[in-house]
Write a protein of this length. Structure first.
Length: 496
């Protein structure tokens, strides 16, 4: 698999060529219905990964962007693409006519580039099949049976070896009404396996173990350029990631002192995002004076669940934990408790207002256009003060607190919030990944290609000038090809 069909002699020659200081890259592009189209290629940019940067078990859709010469209308003519969607493609690359496969997949779309006689063909690997397809039902109950059934539904071949973990009856997840890729991620995570398509387009499943050691060593002498990824050059960086596109980061004081980071980062794109309620404008500072304090909200007309609540907050020497509780409305006061969020450490609140994220491991089912109460529970706060930001426009009985064994409402107060839910929200490591070890857990190697390394190989890194030491596995690889240059960009994650 690593070298395609090269013989042992050709492998030796290939490695010798790729290590030479002067190398002319070669590549081959095959498109279904066109055959060998290498002569039309202007550039190729591919990226393939067994795992995404979100971590263990989370699959990455590989992609290829290919720029082609369209001078004679071979690929795009009279406003129409000559290449059919879902046509298979395959790319090989290497040196001195010795090429290895680097990408297998399907054409997603093809478009002209401005007025130039060129087109750009966007491709995805076979895992993209699973991203597009929703599971309606399944009658199989072992991981192997489920995965083989999914492959049969989309018409791809599978070759899954029998191991104890994937042949035992499996009922940990409800696989109906989920995207196939989410089901595969859940299975891989639960049985500690990794899944991928090989270069022949066959679905494979292997038990995950990062002990495929290689003799290769990244060091000061053989690295053209080595950069640290922003995610992991920070000490004690806490990251929250959601499959529906939500992303947030928190930097502790050590990180701020060492790396001069002054703000938190928040990004909430609309992908897969189901709005429930929000109030985002207001700049009045309000301390939480009671251990139970919150606000009333009315769910939107398309609401069906809550799995995330964002509150504008800051802290002042606070210690202890905060959680969110969602209650049904009972005649203008909180009624039945519907769910409790994960805990947030108040000591990690910043000194300036920022959106703090509370999530629910089990999403709360709600009804549209219905009143509910969102209550902040600060009963575990030991000392210090927690503040929320509010809107003080003229409203009636939206704010509430609990005192002397009863609920009390206030007017002209509304805590700033964003409440959302998503059927496909899939969290990583129960929402939070803690990098509490050493910095530089993940690095990016930009090199003139080390093609014999595979994504599951464990390699030694010893770069003295950047203080990078240890054994790493390659999460993903990017190839950038033109007629003159061939560069790979490998992302490595530290494993020991």
């Amino acid at each position: 698999m690593q070298y395609g069909s090269l013989t042992s002699t050709q492998k030796t020659t290939f490695e010798s060529k790729q290590k030479d200081s002067i190398r002319k890259p070669t590549f081959v592009l095959w498109i279904e219905g066109f055959g060998d189209t290498t002569d039309y290629v202007l550039s190729i940019d591919t990226e393939v990964g067994l795992e995404s940067l979100r971590g263990r078990g989370k699959l990455n859709i590989g992609r290829a962007i290919i720029e082609l010469n369209n001078e004679n209308g071979s690929f795009y003519s009279n406003g129409l693409s000559m290449v059919n969607p879902c046509s298979r493609i395959k790319i090989w690359c290497g040196f001195s006519e010795f090429n290895i496969p680097i990408f297998s997949g399907l054409v997603y779309d093809l478009k002209p580039v401005g007025t130039r006689n060129t087109v750009v063909m966007n491709c995805r690997d076979y895992m993209g099949f699973f991203f597009d397809t929703v599971v309606k039902n399944s009658s199989n109950y072992t991981p192997k049976d489920i995965l083989e059934e999914l492959c049969s539904k989309i018409g791809v071949l599978s070759d899954i070896t029998d191991i104890e973990e994937n042949t035992v009856a499996y009922n940990e997840i409800n696989i109906r009404n989920q995207k196939m890729i989410s089901v595969i991620e859940s299975i891989c995570d639960s049985i500690f396996c990794v899944s991928f398509f090989d270069e022949e387009g066959i679905f494979r499943l292997f038990e995950r173990e990062y002990s495929n050691m290689t003799d290769w060593e990244f060091n000061d002498d053989n690295i053209s350029e080595c950069t640290l990824l922003a995610d992991t050059e920070i000490i004690n960086d806490v990251i929250v990631e959601y499959r529906n596109g939500f992303y947030s980061r928190y930097f502790d004081q050590t990180s701020i002192d060492r790396y001069k980071l002054r703000t938190r980062h928040l990004n909430i794109p609309s992908l897969g995002y189901d709005f429930v309620s929000e109030k985002t404008f207001g700049n009045v500072e309000e301390p939480l004076n009671y251990i139970f304090e919150g606000f009333k909200f009315t769910s939107s007309e398309n609401s069906s669940m809550i799995d995330t609540v964002h509150i504008r907050m800051k802290g002042s020497d606070a210690h202890g934990y905060i959680s969110i509780k969602i209650y049904a409305d009972n005649d203008g006061s909180p009624g039945n408790l519907l769910g409790i969020s994960n805990l947030r450490a108040s000591g990690r609140l910043g000194k300036e207002f920022a959106w703090e994220i509370f999530s629910f491991d089990i999403p709360i089912k709600i009804s549209p256009l219905t009143d509910y109460w969102c209550v902040l529970d600060t009963s575990s706060i030991i000392d210090g003060t927690v503040y929320t930001q509010i809107n003080n426009s003229q409203i009636t009985a939206k704010h509430i607190y609990y005192n002397n064994s009863s609920w009390h409402t206030e007017n002209n107060k509304h805590i700033l919030h964003i409440i959302s839910g998503n059927n496909y929200a899939f969290r990583l490591a129960k929402d939070i990944v803690h990098f509490h070890k050493s910095p530089h857990e993940r690095i990016k190697i930009i090199a003139p290609s080390v093609p014999h390394l595979q994504l599951m190989d464990e390699v030694k890194v010893y770069i003295k000038k950047m203080e990078l030491f240890g054994r790493y596995i390659i999460e993903r690889r990017r190839h950038i090809l033109t007629n003159q240059t061939y560069t790979t960009i490998d992302t490595l994650r530290k494993v020991r």
